[in-house]
Design a binder for this molecule. Structure first.
Ligand SMILES: [Zn+2]
Ligand SMILES: [Zn+2]
Length: 179
């Protein structure tokens, strides 16, 4: 298999609107020319809920993904709608194993939670796709980029996420799989 034939698996974790999975897949294929498949859903990650923070531990959910085979996919991105945290941050939009195979994208902070259960606005869909491209960059071993015109620029607020483009700067793009 050549590098350009890499297959990305998108796995809904819990009840995730089909729209958002399709938009994320379209962005990954459109910007990186990587084949992207939507996989059957996994159960809601209640096992990762931290009862003191009332948030979900991204590390525990990633470990669960890592315990699953996913033999047919080079990279796997879990999409969820719960509030994710890692110990050093109050919240994260997504999380990835740097240079690894598994990442997460959460819709929770990308718009008001009730709207997530109904039809997602184009704005939330675009944000979700950007978070997915950013986390995929980490899986391809890209680190945060100082260029605010690059998808690998770190953002912790949706206002900042809206300002960055959905593509990689030339430096970051150079290390991605050939397209
Ligand atoms: Zn990052
Ligand atoms: Zn960059």
């Amino acid at each position: 298999m050549t590098a350009s034939a890499k297959i990305i698996g998108l796995v809904p974790i819990g009840k995730i609107p089909r729209d958002v999975l399709k938009v994320i897949a379209a962005h990954i294929t459109g910007y990186l020319n990587l084949k992207t498949e939507i996989l059957p859903p996994l159960k809601h990650p209640s096992y990762a809920c931290d009862l003191r923070r009332l948030q979900y531990d991204a590390g525990i959910i990633l470990s669960t993904l890592e315990s699953m085979p996913f033999h047919d996919h080079d990279k796997v991105i879990g999409v969820l709608d719960v509030d994710l945290f890692i110990p050093v941050f109050t919240h994260v939009f997504g999380e990835a194993r740097q240079g690894g195979k598994h990442a997460l994208v959460s819709l929770y902070r990308l718009g008001s939670p009730p709207s997530i259960r109904k039809k997602l606005s184009p704005c939330i869909l675009e944000r979700a796709a950007k978070v997915a491209l950013h986390e995929l960059g980490h899986l391809f071993n890209r680190v945060h980029c100082e260029d605010s015109n690059c998808i690998m620029h770190f953002t912790g607020l949706v206002e900042d996420l809206d300002k960055i483009p959905p593509y990689f700067c030339p430096y970051c793009a150079a290390a991605l799989p050939p397209i």
